[in-house]
Every structure is written in C-alpha cells, then in structure tokens.
Design a binder for this molecule. Structure first.
Ligand code: NAD
Ligand code: UDX
Length: 473
C-alpha cells in the first residue's frame, strides 16, 4: 500500500490552486506545495488578495496556508520532495502550426513532464489533472520512462477535474464523482488506489470511479462536450421561440421535467463562454478528424458553430432594434465575466459582443463587479496583430464603477453576465430607466429580468428566447 505524504501541484491556476488547496484542507496530514513558473501569481497566492476570485476559496487557503499548504516558484524542490505530482498546467487551443485553432497545445504539459523527468530523484506518481487529448498519458509515459532508472519508477494516472468556476469550492468539497484512470497493471492500480485514498478523506467511496487511462481522458472531453451541447441545443431552440411566440424558459422547464433529461444546463443564454467548453470541443473535433472520423468531428463542431451563431444573432438583433444603427450610441454592458461569481473572462461572450459594438462605432460603458479594468482593455484589444487596436478600444470604451453609472445617458442596456446584483429585485431599474435616453432599450442575454415588470417602467425589453408574440393568439 502506497501512502502519500507529500504532494506537488505544477500550475497554480484556476484548477491547481483550488483543487490542491481543498486537498490540503481535507488532509492536514499531507504536505501540499503548489508551484508555478509565474512569480506574480505565486506572490498573489501568498498575499491577502488571492489571484482568482472564487466563493469560499479565501477561507480554505487562509486556514491551511503555511501549515500544510505552500505556494512556491521552486518547482524543482517541490518535485523532488513529492510522492505524487499533479500536472495542472494550461492546455490552450493551438494558435499556429498543425491543428491551429483546434488541437490542444500540449507544450506546457510536455515541459512540466520533462522537468519532472529531469529533476526527480525518487519514484513518483504523476497525475494528469489538465484536460488533455485522449492518449496524452502515453506521451508523458514515454518522456518519463526515458529517464527512469532501476531506482526511479513513474506511474501515470489521469484524474481530470470537473469543477466549474464560481462554484469550485463547493464542487470540490462535494463532487458528483472523482474519476481516476490508470494502466490496468498491478503498479498502475496500486497508484490508482493511493490517489483514491487521498480523495476518500472526504469523498464517499462510491463516488470515486476508477477506469482505464484512456476512458478517463476521454470522459473529460465528453462531459464538457455534452454539457455545452445542451446549451447549444437550448440556444438553437431560443431562435425558434423568438420567431414563434414560444417561451424558451417554459420550453426548457417542460423538457427538463422529464427525468431522463433533467433540468440543469438548459438555460438559454447569449452563448457559453469560459476557458473549457470551446477549447475542449475543438480538441474533440481535432481528435475525431485525426482518427479519420469526419462525421463525428462535424457533429461536435456544430456545438461551437451554434454558439458563435447565438452571439452574432444577439448583436444583429440589437442593431436592428436600435433602428439599424448603433453608431455613436451609448450601450451599457452589464457584466464582463463569462458567468457570475468569477472574475474570469476567458472566452466570455462579452468580448465578442463588445468588439462588434466597437466595430459599429458605438460607445460602450461596461460594469462588472469582479473584473479588473486592465483585464477588460486587454481582452478587447488585439495588440499582437499587425495593428494595435488598443487606442481604438480606449476611445470607445468606458469602464464604470456601477450599473447606474454605465446606464447613465445610455440608449440601451445589455445584460451579458447573470450576476445576482443585476436582478430586478436587486437593482433599481426605475432609476436606470430615468437616466437613459428614450426610447430606453434593454436586452437580456441571460433571462435574468422580469420583462412585464420592466415594460411597465417604460423599457423596450428584448429577452433571448422570448418575444411579444408570446401573448398573441
Ligand atoms: P491557468 O492558465 O489558470 O493555470 C495554469 C498555470 O500553469 C499557469 O499559472 C501557468 O503559469 C502554469 N504553468 C504552465 N506551464 C508550467 C510549467 N511548466 N511549470 C510550472 N507552471 C506552469 O489554467 P487552468 O484554468 O487552471 O486550467 C488548467 C488545466 O485544467 C487546463 O488543462 C484546463 O483545461 C483544465 N480545467 C480547467 C477548468 C477551469 O474551470 N478553469 C476546469 C477543469 C479543467
Ligand atoms: C465547465 C464545466 O461545467 C466543468 O465541469 C468543467 O470542469 C469546466 O468547464 P465552467 O466553464 O467553469 O465549467 O462553467 P459552467 O457553469 O459550465 O458554464 C460555462 C458557460 O456556459 C458559462 O458561460 C455559462 O454562463 C454558460 N451556461 C451554463 C449557459 O449559458 N447555460 C446553462 O444552462 C449553463
């Protein structure tokens, strides 16, 4: 029986940080060191303002930090001291070369693996925590085995992470399941059990699923693809609703009451964002193409196509409703993060929408409770290209400290992120209406507000998947 006493996590990001902080919190007998090549990020993890906003994270980190939870840039030392190493580095979509725009960029996984191979002085269990294409463990194994000796042995496990941002701590404390894939050899299964034992400090045994390596790797891509597929499905239906008078909330509710379908992930929206869904589906598409399965590839690709369509459809609807021009009009955007309760903006629908508004020469006033000003400006600017668009962005964008400030003198309000503070029982929409140009338009991309309540105030309301046709015979 292998007992893990010392864990290293390579990558102190949205996954590595919360995941390993929760392990430290639940396993006070295990020393957990989270390392990163980014010294600014590590300094923030060691400060009072953590580098990511996640409800409940502060409590977990502050309770265990410098007791059995450490954040460091000393990658080599942490590798050497660890019995088990999580590789939790980023795996973004490749920007250039073969598979650009689809395949996962595995350069960070490879460099972390090479580092382990180079500096390890004793046997290790190496765990893929990053989301990777199916059979990546094989490449890691080849790199590690090339450096293994009689004395040093490496076991490789796949343990994909299913947390969602905004609810990460809750998801980690009470996961639906923990998935651990291993080679079905005696050593592989022993390592699998050692990792299962860690989780079983707090996760019920029946929620710890063990599979072979490749099933585990593929399950992660499959789960994300299926979740995103549900959103694209309901978003496709939202277009039909708008054209017919059906109400997408009612349709989703009626469908979701079927216990075979379930109610979750059927909320129509302006389009899904986040660092995972698009990237992981494209990764699955690329994998299918590489396996010479073009029909499978195009099936999954349609989920992304529909998501892009939904964003463009929303923008077109805004322009059409504002009398076919938004040039020099002021658009107040409520929310910039890709969902509520996170400061993360990766692939946020807000980015696509606002870039389109700027293209149309509109003035955009943005308010988000958690996203930094600089992050917003960086996301909207293409500074790596031939033309630096930052001056253009700064000219058209105003970043505000409140929803009221953003909506002052605006022609329309666009709700992009479903922050609770934008709900109509929290925000004084009467005050917002009073400060706006008339007619005052409101576009709700999150089905957050009560349309009849706002219509009564005088707003011209436009909600995804709903139309005034709803009340007609
Ligand atoms: P992230 O970009 O927030 O963090 C990754 C960190 O790894 C960065 O801080 C980077 O500096 C560091 N890093 C990269 N190479 C390194 C190296 N060789 N040595 C040390 N540090 C290195 O990414 P993330 O959102 O935490 O995602 C990590 C992985 O988890 C990805 O594969 C992602 O697909 C997957 N995942 C993410 C989520 C999510 O909600 N963000 C959920 C499940 C799975
Ligand atoms: C997702 C997966 O849920 C998680 O299991 C995986 O580990 C990482 O990817 P995340 O991207 O953090 O998590 O958030 P999620 O709650 O899945 O939302 C993703 C996007 O879909 C957000 O933009 C969200 O607003 C949108 N969404 C979600 C909808 O538009 N409708 C829904 O019904 C649910």
């Amino acid at each position: 029986m292998t007992i893990i006493k010392n864990i290293c996590c390579i990558g102190a990001g949205y996954v590595g940080g919360p995941t390993c902080a929760v392990i430290a919190y639940k396993c006070p007998d295990i020393k957990v060191t989270i390392v990163d090549v980014n010294p600014t990020r590590i300094a923030a993890w060691n400060s009072n303002k953590l580098p990511i906003y996640e409800p409940g994270l502060d409590k977990v980190v502050f309770e265990r930090r410098n007791k059995n939870l450490f954040f460091s840039t000393n990658v080599d030392e942490a590798i050497q001291q660890a019995d088990l190493i999580f590789v939790s580095v980023n795996t973004p979509t490749k920007k250039s070369g073969i598979g650009a725009g689809r395949a996962a960029d595995l350069a960070y996984v490879e460099s972390a693996t090479r580092r382990i191979a180079q500096v390890a002085k004793s046997s290790k269990i190496v765990v893929e925590k990053s989301t990777v294409p199916c059979r990546t463990a094989q490449s890691m194994r080849t790199i590690l085995e090339a450096n293994a000796t009689k004395e040093i042995h490496f076991d490789i496990l796949s343990n994909p992470e299913f947390l969602a941002e905004g609810t990460a701590i809750q998801d980690l404390l009470t996961p639906d399941r923990v998935l651990i894939g291993a080679l079905q050899t005696p050593e592989g299964m022993k390592a699998q059990q050692a990792l299962a034992d860690i989780y079983m400090h707090w996760v019920p045994k029946d929620k710890v699923i063990t599979t072979n390596l490749w099933s585990s790797e593929l399950s992660k891509l499959a789960a994300n693809a299926m979740l995103a597929q549900r959103i694209s499905s309901v978003n496709a239906l939202s277009a039909i609703c708008e054209a017919t008078g059906a109400d997408v909330d009612e349709v989703a509710y009626a469908c979701g009451r079927d216990s075979r379908l379930g109610s979750k992930f059927l909320k129509a929206s302006v389009g899904f964002g986040g660092s995972c869904f698009q990237k992981d589906i494209l990764n699955l598409v690329y994998l299918s193409e590489e396996l010479n399965l073009p029909e499978v590839a195009s099936y999954w690709h349609q989920v992304v196509v529909m998501n892009e369509y939904q964003k463009k459809r929303f923008v077109r609807n805004i322009i059409r409703t504002l009398f076919n021009t938004i040039t020099n009009k002021k658009i107040a955007v409520f929310g910039f993060a890709f969902k509520k309760d996170t400061g993360d903006t990766r692939e946020s629908a807000a980015i696509t929408l606002i870039k389109d508004f700027i293209q149309e020469q509109a003035h955009v006033a943005i308010y988000d409770p958690k996203v930094d000003d600089e992050q917003i400006l960086m996301d909207l600017s293409d500074s790596g290209g031939v033309v630096d668009t930052r001056p253009q962005v700064e000219k058209h964008v105003q970043i505000c400290r409140s929803a009221y400030e953003a909506a002052q003198d605006a022609d329309c309000v666009v709700i992009v992120t479903e922050w609770d503070e934008f709900r109509d029982d929290r925000l004084d929409y009467g005050k917002i209406y009073a400060g706006m140009h008339k007619p005052a338009f409101l576009f709700d991309g999150r089905l957050l507000v009560n349309e009849s309540k706002l219509r009564k105030m005088g707003f011209k309301v436009n909600i995804i998947g709903k139309t005034e046709l709803a009340g007609t015979a």
